[in-house]
Design a protein around this ligand. Sequence first.
Ligand code: TRP
Length: 337
Amino acid sequence: MNSGAKERVLSGIQPTHESFHLGNYLGAIKQWVDLQNSNDAFYCVVDLHALTVETKPEDFRRRTLSSVAQLIALGLNPEKCTLFIQSHVPAHNQLAWVLECLTGFGEASRMTQFKDKSQKAGSDRTVVGLFTYPILQAADILLYQANKVPVGEDQRQHIELTRDLGQRFNSKFGETFTIPEGYILKAGAKINDLQDPTAKMSKSSASASGVIELMDSPEINTKKIKSAVTDTGRDVIFDEKEKPGVSNLLTIYSALTGKTIAQSQEDFTGKGYGDFKGAVAEVVVDYLNPVREKANELLEDETHLKKLLSIGAEKAEAVASKTLSDTYKALGMISRA
Ligand code: TRP
């Protein structure tokens, strides 16, 4: 159990793309940055989870390091939080096996993300790792005795499974795991696609032009914002139903400037969509420029980056191996002499 003075936070993100997008940042990573200040926070780049997506080794390698660099550039401070790569701590796989032996086949089959993905791909092209994915995620969380797990709404069911498995283990084998709470991020930070503003900004979006990538050049991002879909009418008004496009841009503007939606809307009274989009583009580019530069700078010195990761892995391992050995002991497994 976590008996430290601070609350333990854990979250993970998959290194499946060259760049995180603005929705990842405003929807999740920004909260990670805030939470590192007053919590004992563990953040991992979940490369094992990403193996469920087929990727060329050289792309996978680059994306993993780039994800770490972007997280640091966005404000995760390795001196304040524990930042590490999941596969550096083998206890994740080890605990996952134990939890797999406590999970019903039907229970795992009911995970909606699995159902969606496997239905799309067909069962012969669905890997077993996708089926056990949520159980590995449960292991990520339970290993660190996390109290809070900051995630998006789409992860709610996986957190429920984690709680169920933790409770099941505790009641069968004695108190071993802290039962975590999902810290589901508020709707305010939900960023939508620029071309389809009723859908979430997502890596799997139909068109790349609706997604602001953090590592893209200022020119590309300016262009994307200037060609964002806006709505009929001329006024810059926040109205998610009638004006989803304008509202999405106002949400982005407000999140990056720290102004409220009302203040943001006021900035554009009497102005047209053209001026409005220009201003949003400027705010986005000014915000992302230093982030991209910092990430690229970190990527140039791989030795240093790997050093930071090895410090993170060591801190993570200390906590994880204690939980794993408590787990084995509770199960009656014989420790090696
Ligand atoms: N499944 C999560 C996602 O796609 C990523 C993840 C893996 C995660 N392990 C985790 C999130 C542990 C929170 C905690 O977003």
